[in-house]
Design a protein around this ligand. Structure first.
Ligand code: BGC
Ligand code: CA
Length: 343
């Protein structure tokens, strides 16, 4: 008992969900370890909340008990490996990993295989070779490039319908700055590439004034934007941000510089987090792309439960190459939000 008590105390965060209430004895307790790369990340916080909600729903629907054990890697792969070791030592049924370093998955896959515990990676995509090391290693995520395409289309749409406001200097070229996520993250690399190639494919010229890796963070993005506003001022026509937190950082810097929603550049993000939706409604953020936190949580839970109960993925999940569950991005604007609210 004492040992178990100590082990539990060592977890940085322990979530024990309540037992099912559908009557009768709970048939089974499912123990799922969830290792986050960084708990304070806005989007990851949303995914975690959704996981907790979906676990509760599943418990009630299936008369089983689901315990989620959530740890924070605080951006250290070494700490995260230790957390995964502890999950495996305790014999959890499934582990879900939001890996710190995408290139370091082989170690975790091998350990999970040795213990015979399925491992589900999410949001931070391991290199395919690593995932292929074992048949019970999976990835649940969204195809990063698509978010870039949708961002590009949001800007193209504005270019076609409100050229005068967008092309401030009237030269027929989009002058833009790019706020990038962490270097090496698939979402940073591909979103950055595809938003610009979407403009090029549509025959629209774009000129990059500057770009910075602001590591998904609002504060870092606002520092970069402040500098760019001093350097390029009104010449910035579009701000592409790889996520909403950085788009909000750009908006913070614009507001500080005395710009309002009409004089700010055309700013777009990705995620559709609650504060970003608020900014969309206010009109400071011009568009975003929904990163499917709900879908991630639902698919992970479905996969985790089916793997531990039946030993194989549920038929309800559409698996690509037997190990990838791909969800879809969706563009969001103030208008589409309104339409949704009405319907
Ligand atoms: C999200 C970012 C988040 C990152 C974390 C991305 O998909 O868009 O907001 O910081 O994942 O891995
Ligand atoms: Ca221009």
């Amino acid at each position: 008992m004492k040992r178990i008590g100590c082990l539990i105390a060592a977890l940085s965060l322990l979530m024990t969900l309540s037992a099912c209430h559908t009557g009768g004895e709970a048939e089974q307790t499912l123990r799922i370890g969830v290792a986050l790369y960084q708990q304070e990340d806005t989007f990851i916080e949303t995914v975690t909340r959704e996981l907790q909600r979906v676990a509760l729903e599943k418990e009630q629907a299936q008369n089983c008990k689901i315990n989620l054990y959530i740890t924070d890697g605080k951006e250290s792969q070494t700490s995260q490996n230790e957390q995964v070791d502890r999950f495996l030592e305790r014999g959890y049924d499934v582990i879900c990993v939001n890996i710190v370093d995408r290139t370091a998955a082989a170690v975790i896959v091998d350990k999970a295989q040795a213990a015979g515990v399925p491992v589900i990676f999410f949001n931070r995509e391991p290199v395919e070779e690593d995932l292929r090391r074992w048949k019970h290693a999976y990835y649940v995520g969204l195809p990063a490039g698509d978010a870039g395409v949708l961002q590009g289309e949001l800007v193209l749409d504005a270019w076609r319908t409100q050229r005068d406001t967008l092309d401030r200097n009237g030269d027929g070229v989009i002058q833009y700055v790019m706020l990038e996520g962490e270097p090496g993250h698939q979402d940073a690399l591909l979103r950055t590439e595809y938003c610009i190639s979407t403009l090029a494919n549509a025959g629209v010229s774009a000129e990059k004034l500057a770009s910075d890796a602001a590591n998904w963070q609002r504060g870092q993005a606002s520092v970069s934007m402040r500098q760019w506003l001093q350097e390029f001022g009104e010449n910035i026509e579009v701000v592409f941000a790889n996520n909403d937190d950085m788009a909000l950082g750009a908006i913070d810097a614009c507001a500080e510089a005395g710009l309002d929603k009409r004089s700010m550049p055309f700013i777009v993000g990705v995620d559709a987090t609650p504060p970003a939706l608020e900014a969309l409604r206010e009109g400071t953020l011009k568009g975003t792309v929904r990163n499917d936190a709900v879908g991630l949580a639902e698919s992970m839970m479905e996969l985790a439960v089916s793997l531990s109960v039946d030993g194989e993925p549920s038929q309800d999940l559409e698996l690509t190459d037997e190990r990838y569950v791909w969800l879809r991005y969706e563009a969001v604007t103030a208008e589409s939000l309104e339409d949704q609210a009405v319907s």
